[in-house]
Design a protein around this ligand. Structure first.
Ligand code: WTA
Length: 646
C-alpha cells in the first residue's frame, strides 16, 4: 500500500471549508464527550412540528433499543420540500439527466412540492395511509424521488427495490413487508437498452400475492399489460386527485423506510430506518463531508435502489436545500466520456461515485477524461467498497486534475449515513484509507475474543455507541437485529468489516469478515446465491465465496455438487448462471462455477469456507490445517479442477 503518500489539505480548502483541522478536533471531542448535548444542538438543523426534549435513549445490551429525539414530531417531506419553497422556490432541486444525452430536466423546489403533493394524493386514492408499506421498483427518473417523498409525506413506509433485481427477488421483498401497493414504470432505460419493469412487477405480483394496486409511471410509453382493477397509469390517477396534500405529523421514531440488504445468512434483511434521527444524520453528513455550499451542483451516481441513493441523492441533499443530480444512464453510454460530459453540461462541483466505476473507466485510459473540461469540479467522493490506491491516484490525478480532494466514505445500509470519512477542509488524505470518524462516531477495533485493541492494530470494526442515523430494527424480526449486530461483541455494534488502524489513527477498511461479498459495490450474501443454486433440480449442494476481481472488486466463485448421475459441462454452467440471474438478478451472476464431487467439510458437516476461499484466490499453498476435514482428499480434487483449469 502506498501509505507513504499523504495529500495535505489544500490551503484554500482549510480556509474556506466549514471545518478545518482544529475545528474537527474540537467538534469531535465535544461529540463523544457529551453526545446528548452535541446531538441536542445538531437536531435543530431540521424543522420540527413539536420540538424534542429527549435526545438520546439507546442501549446495545442486554437487549437493543435505539431511540433518538423520541418526543419530537416532524415530517421528512416537509423538511426536504415545503421548508425550502418560501426561501428558494425557484431554485433547482433536481437536475435529471436522461440515459439519452439529449434529455434532461430541471425541477425547482416549487415544482417538486407540486409533484410530491399530487403523488401523495394518488397514494391516498389507492388506500395508502400511515404505516402502510409501499414497494417501489423504479428507474432513475424524478418520479422515483417524488414517490419516496410522497410516502414520507403521508407517513407510509417505502421499500425501494433496485430495478436490476429479478421478479423472484422482488416478490420476496414485496411479501416480506406485505406491500399492498407497488409503484413502477412501464420500462426503464439504461445504456440504450429497455428494462421491462412492469412485466417484472406482474411476474412478482403473481408470485407474492397480496398486491391490490400497481401504479405505473409512463417512462417510454411502451404498451404494457394492465390488470383491470389492479393496475393504473400514474397520469390517470393524478388527473383525478387534488393538488394539495398536507403533511402527516410523524413521531421522530415512526418508520421512514425499509431497505432490503444482504447478510451472511438467510434471506435479505429489511433494514428499518425511522424519521428524525435518520434525516438529521443524512443531512448533517451531506453538509460536512461534501462541504456542501449553496452554489454547489452535487451529483451522486448511485441508484435510488441502494442506500447511497436514499441518503445522498434524495434525503440528505434535499433536506439541505441542495441541487441534486439524478442520472438515468450508465458511465459508458453513449461513450466512456459520459460522466465527464455530464459534469461539464451541468457544471457539477461535487461528484460522488463508486470505485468499480473508476476502475472500469481507468481501463479506457485518460483520453476520454481529458477530452472534457471538468473545471467545475471541486470535490470527489468514493463509496461502496475499498478503493485501491491505484484507482484513488487515477481519480485524483486524471479526473480531479490534482485539484480536488477525495472523500473516501465508509458506511453501510445499516448506518444510514457516512461514519468514517475525511472532511475535505480538515483531513490530510491517504489513498485507500477512509481516514477518521465523523462526529459522534466511536469506532473500535476488536480481536476475535472481543478485546478492544489500541494504537496501530488490525481486527474487526465495531462502533461503541449509537448515532442518530442508525437502523432501528430488522423489519418484523427484532431478535435477528440483535443477533446479527449486537451478539458478537457485547455492548457494541458489529459492522461485519475488518479494519486496520495506523499509527496516525487512520482507519483502513479491509473488507467483509463475514459471508457477505461486495461485487461492483453491490452487497451480496453468499447464502443467497447458494440457495438460488440449490433450487436448481440438478444441484445437490453449493458453496459460494468471493475472490479478488480486477474490475468488480470481488467476483463470485461457486462450487457446485451435482445430483448423483448428473455431470457438469459448459452447457450446464451457462444454464446455472442464467438460473441465478433469474432467481436474484444479473448482479448475482457467478463468474466461475466449479463442479466438485465433494465439498470440504468438518466431521460435524460444516463447510470449511476458508479452504474454498483460498482455492478461489489461487492461494492453495496456504490452506492451513486440513486435518479436521472429514475427507481431506476432496481438497486435491478441488485444486486440480480450480478456476484456471476451467
Ligand atoms: C463496504 C454502502 C471500504 C463495506 C454505503 C460495508 C466500504 C459495505 C466503503 C456496506 C468504503 C462501503 N471503503 N468499504 N468507503 N463503503 N464499503 O450496505 O464492506 O451496500 O460493510 O452500503 O460496503 O455496503 P452497503
Amino acid at each position: 500500500m502506498s501509505e507513504a503518500r499523504i495529500y495535505d489539505v489544500p490551503p484554500e480548502w482549510a480556509a474556506s471549508a466549514y471545518v478545518d483541522e482544529s475545528r474537527y478536533q474540537a467538534m469531535y471531542e465535544a461529540s463523544v464527550a457529551d453526545p446528548e448535548a452535541f446531538w441536542g444542538e445538531h437536531g435543530k438543523r431540521i424543522g420540527w412540528f413539536k420540538p424534542y426534549t429527549l435526545v438520546k435513549n439507546t442501549r446495545y445490551a442486554p437487549d437493543v433499543s435505539i431511540r433518538w429525539y423520541e418526543d419530537g414530531t416532524t415530517n421528512v417531506a416537509w423538511n426536504c420540500v415545503d421548508r425550502h419553497v418560501a426561501e428558494r422556490g425557484e431554485r433547482t432541486a433536481i437536475i435529471w439527466e436522461g440515459d439519452d444525452p439529449a434529455e434532461s430536466r430541471h425541477i425547482t423546489y416549487r415544482e417538486l412540492s407540486g409533484h410530491v403533493q399530487r403523488f401523495a394524493n394518488v397514494l391516498k386514492s389507492q388506500g395508502v395511509g400511515k404505516g402502510d408499506r409501499v414497494t417501489l421498483y423504479m428507474p432513475m427518473i424524478p418520479e422515483a424521488a417524488y414517490a419516496m417523498l410522497a410516502c414520507a409525506r403521508i407517513g407510509a413506509i417505502h421499500s425501494v427495490v433496485f430495478g436490476g433485481f429479478s421478479p423472484e427477488a422482488l416478490a420476496g421483498r414485496i411479501a416480506d413487508c406485505a406491500s399492498a401497493v407497488v409503484i413502477t414504470a412501464d420500462e426503464g432505460v439504461r445504456g440504450g437498452r429497455k428494462i421491462p419493469l412492469k412485466a417484472n412487477v406482474d411476474a412478482a405480483c403473481a408470485k407474492a400475492g397480496g398486491v391490490a394496486s400497481v401504479i405505473v409511471v409512463r417512462r417510454t410509453g411502451a404498451p404494457v399489460a394492465m390488470a383491470a382493477g389492479r393496475d393504473h397509469f400514474y397520469d390517470d390517477l393524478a388527473a383525478a386527485v387534488p393538488a394539495e396534500c398536507p403533511c402527516e405529523e410523524m413521531d421522530a421514531e415512526d418508520p421512514l423506510f425499509i431497505l432490503y440488504t444482504s447478510g451472511s445468512t438467510g434471506k435479505p434483511k429489511g433494514v428499518l430506518h425511522t424519521t428524525a434521527g435518520y434525516l438529521v444524520y443524512a443531512a448533517m453528513t451531506h453538509h460536512y463531508v461534501f462541504d456542501y455550499h449553496d452554489d454547489d451542483i452535487y451529483w451522486c451516481t448511485a441508484d435510488v435502489g441502494w442506500v447511497t441513493g436514499h441518503s445522498y441523492i434524495v434525503y440528505g441533499p434535499l433536506a439541505n436545500g441542495a441541487t441534486t443530480l439524478m442520472f438515468e444512464g450508465v458511465p459508458n453510454y453513449p461513450s466512456v466520456s459520459r460522466f465527464w460530459q455530464v459534469v461539464d453540461k451541468h457544471k457539477v462541483s461535487i461528484f460522488y461515485t463508486a470505485p468499480t466505476a473508476i476502475r472500469a473507466l481507468m481501463g479506457a485510459g485518460e483520453e476520454p477524461v481529458k477530452a472534457t473540461s471538468r473545471a467545475s469540479l471541486r470535490l470527489l467522493g468514493s463509496v461502496g467498497e475499498p478503493i485501491n490506491p491505484e484507482a484513488w491516484e487515477w481519480y485524483h490525478r486524471v479526473v480531479g486534475d490534482h485539484r480536488c480532494p477525495i472523500v473516501d466514505t465508509w458506511w453501510q445500509t445499516e448506518t444510514g449515513g457516512i461514519l468514517i470519512s475525511p472532511l475535505p477542509g480538515a483531513t490530510a488524505l491517504k489513498p485507500g484509507s477512509a481516514t477518521r470518524p465523523f462526529f459522534g462516531i466511536r469506532p473500535e477495533i476488536v480481536d476475535g475474543e472481543g478485546k478492544v485493541l489500541s494504537g496501530a492494530c488490525q481486527g474487526n470494526l465495531v462502533i461503541a455507541d449509537s448515532w442518530p442515523g442508525q437502523m432501528r430494527t430488522v423489519y418484523g424480526d427484532h431478535q435477528r437485529f440483535f443477533d446479527t449486530y449486537f451478539a458478537a461483541y457485547k455492548g457494541k455494534y458489529f459492522t461485519g468489516d475488518g479494519c486496520r488502524r495506523d499509527e496516525d489513527g487512520y482507519y483502513w477498511i479491509t473488507g467483509r469478515v463475514d459471508d457477505v461479498i461486495n461485487v461492483s459495490g453491490h452487497r451480496m450474501g453468499t447464502a443467497e446465491v447458494e440457495s438460488a443454486l440449490v433450487a436448481h433440480e440438478l444441484v445437490s449442494e453449493a458453496a459460494v465465496v468471493g475472490y479478488p476481481h480486477d474490475l468488480k472488486g470481488q467476483g463470485i466463485y461457486a462450487y457446485v455438487t451435482l445430483m448423483a448421475g448428473s455431470s457438469g459441462d459448459d452447457g450446464l454452467r451457462k444454464e446455472l448462471v442464467a438460473w441465478v440471474r433469474r432467481e436474484i438478478g444479473p448482479i448475482a451472476s457467478p463468474d466461475h462455477i466449479q463442479f466438485a464431487p465433494g465439498l470440504p467439510k468438518t466431521r460435524s458437516g460444516k463447510i470449511m469456507r476458508r479452504i474454498l476461499r483460498k482455492i478461489a484466490e489461487d492461494d492453495f499453498g496456504a490452506l492451513g490445517d486440513i486435518s479436521t476435514l472429514a475427507d481431506p482428499a476432496v481438497v486435491d480434487d478441488l485444486i486440480a479442477n480450480r478456476r484456471n483449469k476451467i
